[in-house]
Write a protein that binds this ligand. Structure first.
Ligand code: NAD
Length: 497
């Protein structure tokens, strides 16, 4: 919790650092080209900072720095408990600077400051602490080969890992990957989203303060088609950990094929079906969770509960109750600790979201709440929390990821139809089932094709459980000890004795 007042946040925002160099080989510096790009606060529409615009030359330098650090084993060669101590110090420093880091997130992406402190930065530092603890607690294995042989199965770091992350939870998405990649002993080149690079740049500085050797973590801000592509194509990068859209995720598979067959792990889009069966155990609780699930973070969530599949026997009641919840998720100034919601990431994205709402109207859906831009006088990219009733499974809003505060309400009749609609998506990240019959709930949780299935809850979350998707939602899992596998090679050492 933070006790900082609205006035104080505004004062700190006015004083925030304006110039942001890249962070390569343990030092800050300009991009090789000298170019910079502007940060625009989406809640005001105004430019407020300049960031070094890294491109292929900067990626080259960052990869070379990571490779040098890996080859001389200044990090991988440390005792596991020493690596643990450094990462625990980093997690502590993130907590110590939580308000500073949270403000950078809010100014970049328009998310409410209270949530940035209590969710984003807390979860990011918890991820670093969790993987720090794993450093000296995960054991290698011995194969059952008999008395005359010792066959060891050991895990080794990959080398240089490139991380490319999105803007919706900037530091949290980065730390879900950084934690296991660093704990395993790799060097990292982190390319944050161009909309939200500042918290990652500050993290680079904090990592050196925590004792991470120079060159182990490099942060190159820049655009996707320049810096991101250069990292994906780089012949000396061993692995890419990517979170972002499915469209760009597919490009990284191509980059890998065109270069050195680097490993590629993808956390991509979603179109979560949230299924309310007629025997939903508690409609009030399900409706509250649905509203939070789709409107939290202005709907800019890969697991957003964007498709409500509701049994026709309870649909009218559910829609009426949802209407009563919607005002609580109206947007406000992200710097106001009382705001439950902030702006969308940009004016361009706001137009895209409003375009989705228009397309639903055009295809015959009914706008039961919201549907418009909000707080236009502020100059910010705000959209009202929106309920679209009467959506059918073939409409555009039922199939494409909107990434905004828009709920598509789809009626079904019985379990088979619910599962058929739920599974009709190209995505398979999250899903939820609400039923008071444990057999129904369990059967449906098994039948739905998704990496995370919530039963009688939504978006329950912990660093100990794997996170990732089926189908075009991705390849591999973030979080939990499983994530460490993505950043290690498995080696067999066979000794005849
Ligand atoms: P995006 O795909 O546009 O960008 C993600 C990253 O890829 C950014 O760093 C960007 O600079 C980079 N990039 C863009 N074009 C590139 C290119 N041509 N080559 C190389 N790199 C490139 O995604 P976004 O708009 O930042 O984020 C929203 C998307 O992220 C949504 O689809 C959302 O579902 C997804 N997401 C998924 C998860 C998950 O865990 N599955 C979590 C958060 C967000």
């Amino acid at each position: 919790m933070s006790t900082v007042t609205y006035d104080e946040w505004r004062r700190r925002a006015a004083d925030a650092r304006r110039d942001w160099p890249a962070f390569i080989a343990g030092k800050t510096g300009p991009a090789a080209s000298g170019a910079t790009f502007a940060m625009v606060n989406p809640a005001t529409g105004k430019e407020w900072a300049q960031v070094a615009s890294g491109d292929a030359a900067d990626i080259d330098r960052a990869v070379a720095s990571g490779r040098a650090a890996f080859e001389d084993r200044r990090w991988a060669g440390q005792k596991p408990r020493e690596r643990k101590a450094v990462l625990l110090r980093l997690a502590e420093l993130m907590q110590k600077h939580k308000e500073e880091l949270a403000l950078l997130e809010t100014l970049a992406v328009g998310k409410p400051i209270a949530q940035a402190v209590s969710i984003d930065i807390r979860a990011a530092s918890e991820a670093i602490a969790y993987y720090a603890e794993a450093c000296d607690k995960v054991y290698d294995a011995l194969a059952p080969t008999g008395d005359n042989d010792i066959a060891m199965i050991v895990k080794e770091p990959l080398g240089v890992v490139g991380l490319v992350v999105p803007w919706n939870f900037p530091l949290m998405m980065a730390c879900w990957k950084l934690g296991p990649a660093l704990a395993a002993g790799n060097s990292v080149v982190l390319k944050p989203a161009e909309q939200s690079p500042l918290s990652a740049l500050r993290l680079g500085e904090l990592a050196v303060e925590a004792g991470l050797p120079e060159g182990v973590l490099n942060v190159v801000p820049g655009f996707g088609h320049t810096a991101g592509k250069a990292l994906g194509l780089h012949p000396d990068v061993d692995c890419i950990g990517f979170t972002g859209s499915t469209e760009v995720g597919k490009l990284f598979l191509i980059y890998s094929g065109q270069s050195n067959l680097k490993k590629v792990w993808l956390e991509c889009g979603g179109k979560t079906p949230n299924i309310l069966m007629a025997d939903c155990p508690d409609i009030d609780r399900a409706v509250a969770a649905t509203a939070e699930g789709v409107f939290y973070n202005a709907g800019e969530m890969c697991t957003s509960a964007s498709r409500l599949l509701v049994d026709r026997h309870i649909k009218d009641e559910v829609v009426e109750k949802l209407k009563a919840h919607t005002p609580a998720w109206a947007p406000g100034d992200p710097l106001d600790p009382a705001s439950a919601n902030g702006s969308l990431i940009s004016h361009g994205h706001m137009e895209t979201v409003l375009g989705f709402i228009d397309s639903a109207r055009g295809e015959g859906a009914n706008v039961a709440a919201g549907g418009n831009r909000a707080l236009a006088a502020t100059g910010g990219a705000f959209v009202e929390p929106t309920l679209l009733d009467g959506v059918t499974p073939t409409m555009r809003v039922a199939n494409e990821e909107i990434f905004g505060p828009v709920l598509s309400i789809i009626e079904f009749d019985g379990e088979d139809e619910a599962i058929k609609i739920a599974n009709s998506s190209i995505y398979g990240l999250g899903a939820a089932v609400w039923s008071s019959n444990i057999s129904t709930a369990h059967r449906m949780a098994r039948r739905v094709r998704a990496g995370i299935v919530y039963v009688n809850c939504f978006d329950a979350d912990d660093i100990t459980t794997p996170f990732g998707g089926y189908k075009q939602s991705g390849i591999g899992r973030d979080k939990s000890l499983h994530a460490i596998d993505k950043y290690t090679e498995t080696k067999t050492i066979w000794i005849r004795i």
